[in-house]
Design a protein around this ligand. Structure first.
Ligand SMILES: Nc1ncnc2c1ncn2[C@@H]1O[C@H](COP(=O)(O)OP(=O)(O)O)[C@@H](O)[C@H]1O
Ligand SMILES: [Mg+2]
Length: 683
C-alpha cells in the first residue's frame, strides 16, 4: 500500500499529453489550511494516501480553522492600494492548459486512487496537479471559486518541517505557489520561488527568510520541499499589521509546523527602509516595482567593498553610478580611482579631477626602495641581490645630497625626499670608479643604463622628468586625495598611458601614499580616503598569478589594516578567483553581478555570508545591470536592478558597433597618418 501510494502521489517528472487525473488531496495543503500543528511530511503520507479522509472534509470547513488567522491579520494589515485586485484570479482563466469540465472531475474524483494506479505516472502533466486539485477543491467546497476568497498575503503557502541554526527546511504547497504567482504584488508573485523572501510567524512577530532551493516532494504530490536561510526578524505593527522594526539575525526560532506566508511588498518596504543611517540609493529591489535599494555609506566604506561581474554585465557603469551617488552625498569626500583603461574620465569630467600621464606629474622620488628596484633593476636571482645592494647605497647617497635631507638629519632609502636623477647617476659612476680591477662593474652598468634609458624615454616623462625634482609632495597629495576637494571629491587616475612595465609600480606608489598618509596622519583629524581599484585582479593577484610586485602587498595590507586608519578599499574585478586569497573576505560588502565562470562563482560564494546563499545561486542567472548585494552595506542581502545612469555620467565603454562602424567611411588615410605620428613621437 505504501509503495503504491508513493507511486500514485508522486508528482510526475515528465508531462504527458492528454488528461491528468486529479491526484489525491494534498496533505500539506490540508495541514496549512487547517492551521493546526502539522506532522512532518513523512508522517503525512498515509493521510495523503487516503482519499476519503480529505474528501470527507468540505472545502469551507477546511478553511474554517484558518479563519481567525487571516481575519486577524487582515484586520491589522490594511490592504495595499491594489487590494481589490489582489485576489487571485480564477486560475483556469489564466492558465494555458485546458481545463476539463467540472463534471469530468466529478466522475474522476472518486476513482482517482485506482485510476492513477492504472495509468503510467508519466501521464500526469506536472503543471496539472495543483490546477486540478484546485478544481476539485472548488467543486468540493462549493464556495464558488477561490478567486473570491484567496488573499495571498494572509493565506499560508507552506509550513516549516525542520529547523537548524541558520536556516530551515520547509514544505510549500505548489497550488498556493501557483495562486501567488498570479498576484499583482510582485513580491507575492515571487513567493516561495528560489531567491524570494517568505515570512514565518513566530509568536507575535515575523521571521524573514530567503528561499535557497526547491525540490519536488517525492512523497506528497503538489508539495515542494525547500531550504531557507533566515535573514532576520521583525515585530508585527499592531495597528497596521506591517512587519516593522526589522533586525538582522534571529533570536526566536520557529517550531516545525509553523506557517509560512509570502513576504509582501509592504513588508519588504519596511525591511529595506533606511534605518536612519545615511545611504545612497542605487536602484530597485528585485522583484518589486518601487522599493528603492540603498547602500549604507558608512557601513559599506568602513569595511571595504568588492564589485564583481563578468565583462559586459555593467560593472564599470555600476561603479560609476555608486561613486556618483557617493560624491553627491559627500561633496567633501576623498576618493581616488585607479583606472587602467581610461574609462572613467568620461564619467567624472564634471565632478572629478582627471589625471593621466599628461598631468599626473608623479615625482619619481616618491618611490620607496622596493619600488625603485622594480623600475631600475633588470636582473634576477643572485645578481638582483647584488644590484639591489648597489642601488640602495647609491640611492641613499643621492637622497642625502638634497638640501632637505641636510635639514632632516637622518634619512633612509625609503624616505620620500627629492633627489636629482643625475645625482643617482653620478653616485653609480663614482662607485664604479672606486672599484678595483678585479671587481665586476657590470651591476653598476646595468642600473645606470636602465636609468639613462628611462630618463630619455618620453613615455616615462610623467614620472621621471627633471622638472619633477621640486618638493611637490604635499601638493601632489592634496591633488590626488582631493584635499580640499573644491567640489570635486574624486580623482580619476588614468594609468592607461603608463608604460605597461611600470604600471604596477605606479599603482603601488599611489596605493602606498594612501596608506602612509593615513598612518602618518594619525595625530590629525581623520580624513578617510576611498581607494577604488578597477581590474583589481591585476594588482592583487592570487599566488598562481603573483609576480611578487609590491602593489599586491600594499593593497593586501590596506585590505587587512586599512580600516583602522580610515582607508576604504573598493575592488572591482571580473575575475574574483584570480584575486589574492583573503582579500575578498576582507570586503565587508560584496556586490556581485553575473559571473559566468564556475570558479568565480564558487570563490564569491565562499566569501559571502551564509544567509546569502539563496541569493548566490541566482548569480549565474542575473541579467545585465542586476546584482546581488550582501554584507555590511545592506540590511539583508538584496537583489538589485541598478538605475539607468545618465549618458553623460557613464564611463566610456569601448564596445564598438561593428555594424555601424563598418558602414561608414572617410578620413582613413589622415587618421592613419595621425596615429603613426603619435606612435613615433610616443606622446
Ligand atoms: N546602470 C546603467 N545605466 C545605463 N547603461 C548601463 C548601465 N549599466 C550598464 N549599462 C550599459 O551596459 C554596457 C556594458 O556596461 P559596462 O559598465 O561597460 O560593463 P562591464 O564594465 O561589466 O564590462 C554599456 O554599454 C553600458 O552603457
Ligand atoms: Mg568594465
Amino acid at each position: 500500500m505504501t509503495d503504491m501510494s508513493h507511486h500514485n502521489f508522486r508528482t510526475p517528472d515528465s508531462s504527458g499529453e492528454g488528461e491528468a487525473e486529479p491526484p489525491q488531496r494534498n496533505a500539506l495543503r490540508d495541514r496549512i489550511r487547517r492551521g493546526g500543528a502539522a506532522p512532518a511530511s513523512q508522517d503525512a503520507r498515509p493521510v495523503a494516501a487516503a482519499p476519503t479522509a480529505s474528501t470527507a472534509v468540505p472545502e469551507r470547513a477546511r478553511y474554517q480553522p484558518e479563519a481567525p488567522r487571516p481575519a486577524a491579520i487582515r484586520q491589522t494589515a490594511p490592504p495595499p492600494p491594489t487590494a481589490p485586485d489582489r485576489r487571485a484570479p480564477e486560475p483556469e482563466l489564466r492558465r494555458p492548459a485546458p481545463v476539463r469540465p467540472a463534471s469530468e472531475h466529478v466522475r474522476d474524483t472518486p476513482a482517482h486512487g485506482d485510476a492513477t494506479r492504472s495509468r503510467p505516472a508519466a501521464a500526469h502533466p506536472r503543471q496539472a496537479d495543483p490546477k486540478e486539485v484546485g478544481q476539485a477543491e472548488r467543486r468540493g467546497g462549493g464556495s464558488g471559486g477561490e478567486g473570491e476568497g484567496v488573499d495571498n498575503a494572509v493565506l499560508p503557502i507552506g509550513e516549516v518541517l525542520e529547523i537548524a541554526g541558520s536556516g530551515s527546511r520547509i514544505a510549500i504547497d505548489l497550488k498556493r505557489l501557483n495562486e501567488c504567482m498570479l498576484d499583482q504584488d510582485p513580491s507575492i508573485a515571487m513567493a516561495g520561488q528560489v531567491g524570494s523572501q517568505i515570512k514565518i510567524r513566530v509568536g507575535d512577530g515575523w521571521l524573514l527568510a530567503n528561499v535557497r532551493n526547491q525540490k519536488q516532494d517525492r512523497h506528497i504530490s503538489g508539495s515542494v520541499v525547500a531550504n531557507i536561510d533566515f535573514l532576520g526578524e521583525g515585530a508585527e505593527e499592531r495597528l497596521t499589521g506591517k512587519l516593522h522594526g526589522f533586525k538582522r539575525g534571529v533570536t526566536r526560532y520557529p517550531v516545525p509546523g509553523a506557517k509560512i506566508f509570502p513576504a509582501t511588498t509592504q513588508d519588504l518596504k519596511q525591511v529595506y527602509a533606511s534605518d536612519g543611517r545615511s545611504s545612497v540609493s542605487i536602484g530597485r529591489v528585485y522583484p518589486t516595482k518601487d522599493i528603492r535599494a540603498g547602500l549604507y555609506i558608512d557601513a559599506m566604506l568602513g569595511k571595504h567593498f568588492a564589485l564583481l561581474g563578468s565583462t559586459g554585465t555593467g560593472k564599470s557603469t555600476s561603479a560609476a553610478l555608486i561613486l556618483h551617488r557617493i560624491c553627491e552625498a559627500a561633496p567633501e569626500g576623498h576618493i581616488v580611482m585607479i583606472d587602467p583603461h581610461g574609462e572613467y574620465a568620461a564619467a567624472f569630467r564634471h565632478t572629478g579631477v582627471i589625471l593621466d600621464v599628461s598631468n599626473l606629474q608623479m615625482p619619481y622620488w616618491l618611490m620607496n626602495f622596493e619600488e625603485h628596484c622594480e623600475v631600475l633593476l633588470t636582473s634576477a636571482g643572485n645578481e638582483r641581490q647584488v644590484d639591489a645592494d648597489i642601488l640602495a647605497r647609491c640611492l641613499l647617497h643621492a637622497r642625502g645630497k638634497s638640501r632637505l635631507a641636510e635639514q632632516m638629519g637622518k634619512i633612509t632609502v625609503d624616505s620620500p625626499i627629492p633627489y636629482l636623477l643625475s645625482d643617482l647617476s653620478t653616485a653609480l659612476q663614482d662607485a664604479m670608479g672606486r672599484l678595483d680591477k678585479a671587481t665586476n662593474s657590470a651591476p653598476y652598468m646595468r642600473i645606470k643604463n636602465k636609468l639613462d634609458e628611462i630618463k630619455s624615454d618620453p613615455r616615462y616623462q610623467f614620472m621621471f622628468s627633471g622638472m619633477l625634482v621640486a618638493d611637490t609632495m604635499a601638493d601632489f597629495i592634496c591633488k590626488i586625495f582631493r584635499m580640499p576637494g573644491g567640489g570635486k571629491p574624486i580623482s580619476i587616475i588614468d594609468v592607461s598611458g603608463v608604460p605597461s612595465d611600470i604600471t604596477a609600480t605606479v599603482v603601488a606608489v599611489l596605493s602606498r601614499l594612501v596608506f602612509d598618509f593615513a598612518i602618518w596622519g594619525r595625530e590629525e583629524k581623520t580624513r578617510p580616503v576611498l581607494l577604488v581599484c578597477e581590474e583589481a585582479h591585476r594588482y592583487v593577484p592570487n599566488e598562481k598569478n603573483a609576480d611578487g610586485s609590491s602593489v599586491g602587498r600594499v593593497l593586501s595590507r590596506i585590505a587587512k589594516e586599512g580600516r583602522k586608519y580610515g582607508i576604504s578599499l573598493g575592488l572591482i574585478t571580473q575575475r574574483p578567483s584570480d584575486l589574492a586569497e583573503g582579500v575578498l573576505s576582507q570586503c565587508g560588502t560584496i556586490i556581485a553581478m553575473r559571473l559566468n565562470n564556475d570558479r568565480d562563482q564558487a570563490f564569491v560564494k565562499a566569501a559571502m555570508p551564509e544567509g546569502a546563499r539563496g541569493f548566490l545561486d541566482a548569480i549565474p542567472a542575473l541579467r545585465n545591470r542586476e546584482c546581488i548585494i550582501c554584507g555590511e552595506g545592506v540590511t539583508i542581502p538584496i537583489r538589485v536592478r541598478f538605475d539607468t545612469l545618465e549618458e553623460s555620467k557613464r564611463p566610456a565603454s569601448d564596445d564598438p558597433s561593428f555594424v555601424e562602424l563598418w558602414n561608414s567611411s572617410g578620413g582613413e588615410e589622415e587618421a592613419v597618418q595621425r596615429v603613426v605620428q603619435r606612435w613615433r613621437s610616443q606622446g
